[in-house]
Structures are given as structure tokens and as C-alpha cells.
Design a protein around this ligand. Structure first.
Ligand code: FAD
Length: 413
């Protein structure tokens, strides 16, 4: 039993898992397999800054020498094809085999595809990897009109970035508002207003029926209402699906992701799963979730490393997320689905406000636009299990002091 831990996927979760194993004192082999060619990099900047700057280089998750310096056997360009659960080994796409004692699946997610006529045309892209971002950067340099299918975070970040770079951008969203799955209507309406002020055309409640091409290259998108939108590039940003095929084929329990328990163990206890690919019952809401965020990936990775080392702890990290859309820094903390009332603090007209979401008197989460202090305090409040009374928030009371008083009181009890 000295095959050590093999980690599949060298993204945010996989790299953190490798690092945490060493930080926690794991001394057996750690092998990190990733199917991309590049050194592991931060994904968030791809849609925010990388695609607009011809000179931009990827921001590496760890320096080049980190892996060898920590005895992490990082193998780029290696795709795992199959998990042999009974034999405790992996079949690699190049025909090789790799045994493991423990396996951590950090395979992430991939963009959903739209079965649209014309989706195969050159110039139709989606953004998940550095290779995708390089392609978008290259294509957008020669594009004056860009159509973005989907009004989620990544689509809107790209829209704002490309509009700031002088492109005419149209976002087409099938739902009746932007960011439908992610934020409250008030935040979504604010984002729409500011994007429109920045020159982005936003069509909601509309779909694209087909893409048109010329010589194999996309030249336009036709909407359900019959409008033809010119486009030299079409970005499909309609959400992501977890990479579960391999886990499913191996017989691991899945359901909107690879199912894991509170310690990140799959239905086969020697195999763990983390990050975008994993779904689990969330401690905060009691609901099954699969979260796509850097926080979720890295916190789960830290816990998975501790599980491998024999600690028995339940995942209890406070969920948070951020997105930069033009001049709006959106920050979300908590899980706000199921809330029954909210309180707004600050002024949307100043592009600085937060929405506090409650279920009864329990604070579920805060969505902030350019109010990082609210977000940071929100993380502390949720971690402490403290819900400021909605009236206090509405009155603009000192919530930091209220949290301190709560902590003093609970310490005394
Ligand atoms: P990934 O980082 O996707 O890594 C998975 C890796 O596994 C990939 O490299 C994949 O190629 C590899 N892989 C998959 N299958 C195999 C296999 N069979 N063999 C070998 N390798 C395999 N989150 C935020 O919190 N804030 C943001 O602002 C934000 N912005 C984002 C912007 C973009 C453009 C994107 C794409 C994502 C953004 N996210 C953001 C989400 C965040 O990046 C993800 O939640 C995070 O990357 C998840 O980490 P992961 O390790 O689970 O998956």
C-alpha cells in the first residue's frame, strides 16, 4: 500500500488537495493528473481580464517549482479514461495504468452545449479553459459584433469585458431576467441597467433559434422573434455540467454530480470527490447542492486532504462567490434560495448596495455590489451563526459591534 493518493483533475480543487496533503503531513506519493497542457491556473481572470489583453499571461495557481518542491508528481496532458474500482487503479487514455490507494476526483465541470443549428460553425465558442480563453481573445480581436447566449455570470463578465474593448455585444437570455439562478431580481435588474449603460444590448425572454454561417464561419444569430443579429463570434454561456461520466461508469453514486458525504467520500470510501464535480447535502440549508466556486473547490480540497489523513470532520465552510461585471464587484455569501424576505442596505443609484436575505429571522446570505465590507462581515456572521435582526440592518446599525456582542455573549455562556 504505497501507491499513495492519485488526484484526477489539476484545477482549483485538485491542486489545493495536493498542496493540503503535503501541508497536513502526508508523506506517501501524491500524483496529480490533469488533461490540460498548461501549468494549473486561476480560472476567474479568464472572463474578466485575460480575454481583453493580448499580452496577458495566465495567473498560475502555484509557481512552477511548487510541485517538485513539495514532492507532488504533477503530470500535465494526462487524461484518465476509466476507474477500475475493484483493482484500485486507473486506465489512462494513452493506454497506461496507474494504481492508487486513495483517489480524489477533481474533474470539474464543462460548458453545457446548445443543440442549435449552426453550433458547429467556426467562431462559436464557450469558455472553460485557458485554451478556450486564448481562442476567444484571438477571435474577438477580429470581431466587431459578438452575441452571447446566456445571461449567467460568465456570459455577462465576457459581455462587459468585450464591450469595454469596443465590441458591439448582444446578450440573449431565454429567461425573463439575467442571472436567474444566481441572484435576487434587484441585483439582476441593477446589473442589466449598468450593462446597458455600458453599451451592451440585453434581450431577455428570447432564444436564438439558429446560427448562420458563411464559408463555415459564423456570421449571425437568428432569434425566436426573427431578428438577425450579426456576429463574428458567438459565445455559448448557458451553464456547466459536472464531469461525472467516469465516476458513473465506475458505479459511483451520482446525481447532479458525484455524490459525496460530509467528509468528501463517495459511495466507495477510498474514492473522494471535490469541487465543481461533487454534489452533497449542504450543512447550511440541508439541501443537496453542487456549487461552482473557487471557495467551494478549495475548502473541499482542504477537507478531503484531512479525510485522507484519517481526520473525521464534517464540511462546514461558509459558501461564498464573487463576480466582476464591468464596474460591479458582486459578492455573494451564504445560500439564499428559500428566503422569504430581504432588506436592502445602501443605494443602487450609487452602484453600492447589499441585499440581506432572511428566512424568518435567520440570515441566509448577503448579495453585495461594491460593498466588500458587508461581504466580509457576512462571512463572519454566518460562520458564527449570528443573524442580525432585519430591523438593525434596515436602520444601518453597526453590525460589526452586534456580532462582537453576540460572540462575547456566546463565549460567556
Ligand atoms: P476545474 O478548475 O475545472 O478543474 C478540473 C480539471 O480537471 C480541468 O483541468 C479538467 O480539464 C480536468 N479533467 C477533467 N476530467 C479529467 C480526466 N478524465 N482526466 C484528467 N483531467 C481531467 N468562481 C468563483 O468563485 N468566482 C469567479 O469569479 C469565477 N469565475 C469563473 C470564470 C470562468 C471563465 C470559469 C470557467 C469559472 C469561474 N469560476 C469562478 C468557477 C471556478 O473557476 C470553478 O468553480 C473552479 O474552477 C472549480 O474547480 P475544480 O477544480 O472543481 O474544476
Amino acid at each position: 500500500m504505497n501507491n499513495g493518493v492519485v488526484i484526477v483533475g489539476a484545477g482549483h480543487a485538485g491542486v489545493q488537495a495536493a498542496a493540503s496533503l503535503r501541508e497536513e503531513g502526508y508523506s506517501a506519493p501524491v500524483i496529480l493528473l490533469g488533461d490540460e497542457a498548461d501549468l494549473p491556473y486561476h480560472k476567474p481572470p479568464l472572463s474578466k481580464t485575460f480575454i481583453k489583453d493580448a499580452e496577458a499571461r495566465p495567473q498560475l495557481l502555484r509557481g512552477e517549482t511548487f510541485y517538485s518542491g513539495n514532492a507532488i508528481d504533477f503530470r500535465p496532458g494526462v487524461r484518465v479514461a476509466r476507474i477500475d474500482v475493484a483493482g484500485r487503479q486507473l486506465d489512462l487514455a494513452d493506454g497506461g495504468r496507474l494504481p492508487f490507494d486513495r483517489l480524489i476526483l477533481a474533474t470539474g465541470s464543462r460548458p453545457r452545449v446548445l443543440p442549435l443549428p449552426g453550433a458547429e460553425l467556426a467562431g462559436v465558442v464557450s469558455l472553460r479553459s485557458l485554451a478556450d480563453a486564448r481562442l476567444i481573445r484571438e477571435l474577438s480581436a477580429g470581431a466587431s459584433d459578438v452575441v452571447i447566449l446566456g445571461g449567467g455570470f460568465i456570459g455577462l463578465e465576457i459581455a462587459a469585458t468585450l464591450a469595454a474593448g469596443g465590441r458591439r455585444v448582444t446578450v440573449v437570455e431565454a429567461a425573463d431576467r439575467l442571472l436567474g439562478r444566481a441572484v435576487a431580481p434587484g441585483v439582476a435588474a441593477h446589473v442589466r441597467r449598468r450593462l446597458e449603460e455600458a453599451g451592451v444590448r440585453v434581450l431577455t425572454g428570447q432564444t436564438v433559434l439558429r446560427l448562420e454561417g458563411n464559408d463555415g464561419r459564423v456570421v449571425g444569430a437568428v432569434t425566436g422573434s426573427g431578428e438577425r443579429l450579426p456576429a463574428q463570434m458567438v459565445v455559448v454561456g448557458v451553464g456547466a455540467a459536472p464531469n461525472v461520466d467516469m465516476a458513473e461508469a465506475a458505479g459511483l453514486a451520482t446525481g447532479n454530480g458525484i455524490r459525496v458525504d460530509a467528509s468528501m467520500r463517495t459511495s466507495v470510501p477510498e474514492i473522494l470527490a471535490i469541487g465543481d464535480a461533487a454534489s452533497y447535502r449542504h450543512w447550511f440549508t440541508g439541501q443537496d447542492v453542487r456549487l461552482e466556486s473557487v471557495q467551494n473547490a478549495t475548502d473541499q480540497a482542504r477537507l478531503a486532504a484531512r479525510t485522507v489523513l484519517g481526520h473525521s470532520e464534517d464540511y462546514a465552510a461558509v459558501p461564498w462567490f464573487w463576480s466582476d461585471i464591468g464596474d460591479m464587484k458582486l459578492q455573494m455569501v451564504g445560500l439564499t434560495a428559500g428566503g422569504d424576505r430581504n432588506v436592502v442596505s445602501g443605494d443602487p443609484a450609487e452602484n453600492r448596495f447589499s441585499i440581506y436575505h432572511y428566512l424568518g429571522d435567520r440570515l441566509l446570505g448577503i448579495e453585495s455590489v461594491n460593498r466588500p465590507a458587508d461581504h466580509m462581515l457576512g462571512r463572519k456572521m454566518l460562520a458564527a451563526g449570528f443573524s442580525p435582526a432585519p430591523d438593525l440592518v434596515a436602520a444601518g446599525a453597526d453590525l460589526k459591534a452586534a456580532l462582537a456582542a453576540h460572540q462575547e455573549k456566546t463565549a460567556a455562556e
